[in-house]
Design a protein around this ligand. Sequence first.
Ligand SMILES: CC(C)(COP(=O)(O)OP(=O)(O)OC[C@H]1O[C@@H](n2cnc3c(N)ncnc32)[C@H](O)[C@@H]1OP(=O)(O)O)[C@@H](O)C(=O)NCCC(=O)NCCS
Length: 177
Amino acid sequence: MNNHDLLAFDPSYCRANSPTIIRNFTRDDVPAILAIERDTFEYPWTVQEFDFCMSLDRCGCLVAEREGDVVGYVVYERRNRTARLLSVAVLDTERRSGVGSALLRELAALVGASLSEIVGVVRERNVVAQVFLRSVGFRAKWIKRKYYSAADEDAYRMTWSLADAENYDPVVARRAG
Ligand SMILES: CC(C)(COP(=O)(O)OP(=O)(O)OC[C@H]1O[C@@H](n2cnc3c(N)ncnc32)[C@H](O)[C@@H]1OP(=O)(O)O)[C@@H](O)C(=O)NCCC(=O)NCCS
């Protein structure tokens, strides 16, 4: 890994014993990213879809690395003043140790100077993702009725205002929430 790829590492993000690095993805990370996709989602991205997305200037991907392994990632797209989450996932054995939060906080730090919010659209039934996003600072703003039409399922559009993110303290927010 080159030093310029190291975006930031604040050990307080993660509680696991091994240090976690958040950095921009490289081509070498793609098999590991897509393996997590396949283990996680019913309709995972193919390598072609991922490559196409990454060929667009407005899209990007951060990965979380522990002991040399990719353990999570976030794929995002910049649109107007918003960053949209296209995919976020953490290796199932590494969940609940702060990796997902670290990825989103790093994304906020990366885009916060130029964008005003990060938006995620979450399935109504994905309660873990809703609780996760809320813990980071997102709030549900709209319900998108029948967004997943095949499953006859609504979605929540959740927004994290980056103006709020600057002084965000998850512990205080959770107590308040
Ligand atoms: C959602 C996901 C990315 C969270 O990643 P993670 O690294 O486990 O999240 P964190 O450890 O940073 O969790 C932060 C907080 O989110 C909440 N949270 C995360 N997972 C949770 C769970 N299974 N049950 C309840 N709350 C949960 C908790 O408030 C947690 O804080 P705590 O551990 O101090 O209680 C991960 O569960 C995942 O990959 N899920 C499948 C993919 C998915 O649903 N992606 C959509 C995400 S928008």
